[in-house]
Design a protein around this ligand. Structure first.
Ligand code: NAG
Ligand code: NAG
Ligand code: NAG
Ligand code: NAG
Ligand code: NAG
Ligand code: NAG
Length: 306
């Protein structure tokens, strides 16, 4: 039948577009306009990615994850609960997730905040937990604790200020603690659970310039710099240029062939929406010689044909 040809043409094009599915800058312009929302952590944009924000909306090491309404971030292989994000002052408040169920079974990996991206916030200093030690330290540490855990039950465990390796002990873990919390002689469990603040050094001035030019900030991994996605789908390293009045943007799409694309993949200015077909929204961006939109809409979906 005559009506099958346009349908096949359309289906082929949809398949092709799905095959070459890689996020265009235009998608990223709208995708990176989303903010990360998860539990108490709300309205987070650049320099963070994750959640409903593509990873390319933020720095590769600032990717948030939302699980069970709790935000987390993994830095140098250690997973942290995100307790607060303060982009204005470039501070992230995090706590090691392995300490959330107590201090006896951590991942034996130091908290590592590698420069130039990260630095420890003011008022924090290094602290080390030692596990499975033959003796108490000299001078004696106030932070002694016991763990009912195979291998270390009858050994000594303690916390000590500074960053140190295990020495004679079986394991050690270095992480930042708040000096004021230490001064209050808070319990070690409390010190570990409270978490710490870390500063992240990302070029926010570049993002402000981008946003002022009606662009949306993202991150260009190939150049290690802030990227600026513009409404017209271009990726620029600085600012978006103002749209030229009466330019090609306002012109109707060229006639000649028809391409259908899932609406979230291909948004061309001036495109006509064909509405919802098989519960996916399609946009007509070009006109196929063999097909008119009415052909398509009057053709039943292939799977419903007898
Ligand atoms: C992503 O978007 C969906 C639908 O709008 C929303 O329900 C969900 O909470 C969002 N998730 C995050 C992490 O922002
Ligand atoms: C943004 O892109 C990411 C990765 O492609 C995707 O998981 C997410 O659902 C997108 N967000 C929206 C709102 O479409
Ligand atoms: C904390 O220890 C690390 C090494 O584990 C070191 O590079 C860093 O400078 C120390 N930070 C402070 C504030 O002492
Ligand atoms: C230590 O753990 C073992 C098994 O995990 C348990 O039988 C024992 O009662 C625990 N001891 C203490 C003092 O909690
Ligand atoms: C942890 O940090 C201490 C002090 O910088 C270092 O001596 C030790 O080797 C580190 N441990 C691991 C597992 O990297
Ligand atoms: C980007 O940073 C990574 C890690 O810091 C580095 O390995 C890479 O060479 C950098 N790329 C450029 C183009 O600067």
């Amino acid at each position: 039948m005559n009506t099958h040809l346009p349908l096949l043409c359309a289906m082929f094009l949809v398949m092709m577009i799905n095959l070459i599915r890689s996020q265009s800058n235009e998608d990223l312009y709208s995708n990176c306009s989303n903010l990360f929302n998860c539990g108490n952590i709300r309205g987070i944009g650049f320099p963070f990615g994750g959640g409903n924000r593509s990873s390319r909306c933020g720095h590769p090491e600032l990717q948030l994850v939302c699980e069970d309404n709790a935000a987390s971030i993994t830095i140098s292989d250690v997973k942290y609960k995100v307790l607060g994000v303060y982009p204005d002052i470039k501070v992230l408040r995090i706590a090691r997730e392995d300490f959330s169920s107590g201090i006896c079974s951590p991942l034996f990996l130091n908290t590592t905040l590698d420069p130039p991206l990260f630095s420890m916030a003011n008022g924090y200093s290094n602290y080390t937990f030692f596990y499975g030690c033959p003796n108490w330290p000299t001078p004696s540490a106030p932070g002694q604790f016991s763990c009912n855990k195979s291998g270390i039950t009858d050994k000594k465990n303690y916390g000590f200020p500074g960053a140190m390796g295990p020495g004679n002990c079986l394991e050690s873990v270095v992480f930042p603690v708040s000096q004021s919390l230490l001064a209050q002689s808070a319990s070690l469990e409390n010190i570990a659970r409270q978490g710490f603040e870390v500063r992240f050094g990302v070029d926010s001035a570049a993002c402000a310039r981008c946003a002022n030019s009606k662009g949306v900030c993202g991150y260009d991994n190939s150049k290690n710099t802030t990227a600026c996605y513009c409404p017209d789908g271009s990726l620029v390293s600085a600012t978006c240029s103002p749209p030229a009045a009466g330019g090609p943007q306002g012109q109707p799409p060229p006639k000649g062939y028809l391409a259908l694309a899932k609406d979230d993949l291909y948004r061309s200015s001036g495109a006509l929406s064909l509405g919802t077909v098989n519960s996916l929204e399609y946009t007509m961006s070009h006109i196929c010689p063999t097909v008119s939109p009415t052909d398509l809409l009057s053709s039943p979906p292939a799977k419903d044909q007898p």
